[in-house]
Design a binder for this molecule. Structure first.
Ligand SMILES: Nc1ncnc2c1ncn2[C@@H]1O[C@H](COP(=O)(O)OP(=O)(O)OP(=O)(O)O)[C@@H](O)[C@H]1O
Ligand SMILES: [Mg+2]
Length: 449
């Protein structure tokens, strides 16, 4: 049984919390002030601390600071008045994991508590695993140097080795499937199957028989028993893609498998046990769907134990050149072409384009350019016409005109992109730009590059 320490100097409030959380199956320890926390932790194992911020002798903020100073790992959830959410944010900066506001919504509190405990279990499990195996992760085929992607890598290495359910969200083409398979490849289930189901592609009944399987004669046309994807994914990972496109009825059935680890085949009368790690993805806003009532809230919480949100490409433009380069190498090799890189103007156009189709569109664009390219560099000529400025002149050479840019802007951008391509090598950049090295040095200074 998980043990929660409730720290609150208001006895009535503390008792109310105690009764509700004890009712939810937790063991409760009480403290009437912040200065009691460390002595209690010295005596017993506590899994989670629920702490009021305003207290007589030692306030919550100070207590949290002390806990961190002493290197205590226990997660803390703070309780704060609705009117002072800033102090909760402040507490989180000091190391609190989450917060709830007064007056307390008990259901919300239970969710926050459950989530914090899940996360904590995951963290320790992962730490132990890492220590045991000297864990090595391989995310080599996922490119991203933007802070947003670095955060994704961090979460990935944290959760990959666990069995935690992961919900991946992001626009189309942002890499949801790639991340799902990386989770599998870097888990202890990697020798097991990775099974994918696209929930949007199948009609409700068909989807259910696909997921759960059916017995012979379950419906017209079911002329033999068929195992569902859940069973096929046993000891492995099941990837439910486009989970936002699933009927409420199917959602209820998935929830049951998640909660009980067992399912019934359609037309069957016994249950089947499955050992499956679930990873789900969607480009839809599930939170909004929960509010609309088209997605079950309980399933949403079950799925999003660990949420991973993939930013759209136009929110991480610094990844564009690296991704473009990565795809260039991949497709040059595949097509046996000796292409060295991008012409700075081509790179500039790639960097400026909004990429509604995200990374998939970038990948397709580069692949196409590689196929079209006859020289050693990809130039704007090999890019799709819609990416070129309106008055782009093919005859006059690859000069992408304006598009609202001044000549200076374009020059600056061309220099920046070229330097990026040559990884800072100025002589090489000057050569590519067709100017003297000294001229380049002057311009770098002028533009503050
Ligand atoms: N960070 C990345 N590094 C390298 N390649 C990537 C990255 N993200 C995506 N890709 C590639 O882009 C393509 C699209 O990715 P993926 O199919 O995973 O996107 P998705 O989010 O599942 O899209 P959709 O919602 O349309 O199904 C794939 O070829 C994938 O390998
Ligand atoms: Mg996909």
């Amino acid at each position: 049984m998980k043990k929660i320490l409730i720290v609150d100097d208001d006895t009535a409030h503390r008792t109310m919390l105690k009764v509700n959380l004890a009712g939810a199956g937790y063991e409760i320890v009480e403290a009437d002030d912040g200065d009691r926390v460390l002595p209690i932790l010295a005596e017993q194992d506590i899994d989670l601390i629920l702490m009021d911020l305003k207290m007589q002798r030692m306030d919550g903020m100070e207590a949290i600071r002390l806990l961190r100073e002493k290197g205590r790992p226990e997660p803390v959830i703070v309780i704060t008045a609705f009117s002072s959410v800033e102090s909760a944010v402040e507490a989180m900066k000091h190391g609190a994991m989450d917060y709830v506001t007064k007056p307390i919504d008990i259901e919300a509190l239970k969710l926050v508590v459950a989530k914090a405990l899940d996360f904590e279990a995951l963290r320790t499990e992962n730490q132990e695993l890492k220590q045991r195996l000297g864990e090595q992760f391989d995310f080599g085929n996922i490119i991203g140097r933007s802070p947003a992607m670095q955060k994704v890598f961090e979460t990935l290495s944290l959760v990959a080795p666990s069995d935690a359910t992961v919900l991946i969200t992001g626009e189309s083409g942002t890499g949801k499937e790639l991340i799902a398979s990386a989770l599998h490849q870097n888990s202890h289930r990697k020798e097991g199957p990775f099974i994918k189901v696209n929930c949007a592609a199948l009609h409700e009944n068909l989807l259910e028989s696909e997921l759960f399987g059916h017995e012979k004669g379950a419906f017209t046309g079911a002329d033999s028993r068929r195992l569902g994807r859940f069973e096929l994914a046993d000891k492995g990972t099941l990837f439910l893609d486009e989970i936002g496109d699933m009927s409420l009825q199917t959602q209820a059935k998935i929830l049951r498998v998640l909660q009980e680890g067992e399912l019934e085949r359609l037309g069957g009368n016994g249950t089947v046990k499955v050992d499956v790690r679930l990873v789900a993805a969607t480009h839809k806003d599930l939170t909004a769907m929960v509010e609309e009532g088209t997605f079950r809230q309980d399933l949403f919480f079950r799925l999003s134990v660990v949420p991973i949100e993939l930013p759209s490409l136009n929110k991480r433009t610094e990844d564009i050149p690296v991704l473009a380069d990565f795809f260039l190498r991949r497709y040059a090799k595949k097509n046996k072409k000796d292409i060295k890189g991008f012409h700075p103007q081509a790179l500039m156009l790639l960097a400026r384009y909004p990429w509604p189709g995200n990374i998939r569109e970038l990948e397709n664009t580069v692949e196409r350019a590689v196929i079209l390219c006859l020289g050693e560099q990809i130039t704007p000529k090999e890019l799709p016409p819609q990416m070129l400025p309106k008055d782009f002149q093919l005859a006059g050479g690859p000069v992408p005109a304006s598009g609202g840019l001044t000549l200076k802007d374009m020059e600056r951008e061309a220099i920046r992109a070229t330097l990026e391509q040559t990884k800072g090598n100025k002589s090489q950049a000057a050569k590519l730009l067709g100017i003297a090295r000294q001229t380049l040095l002057n311009k770098i200074k002028e533009y503050g590059l």
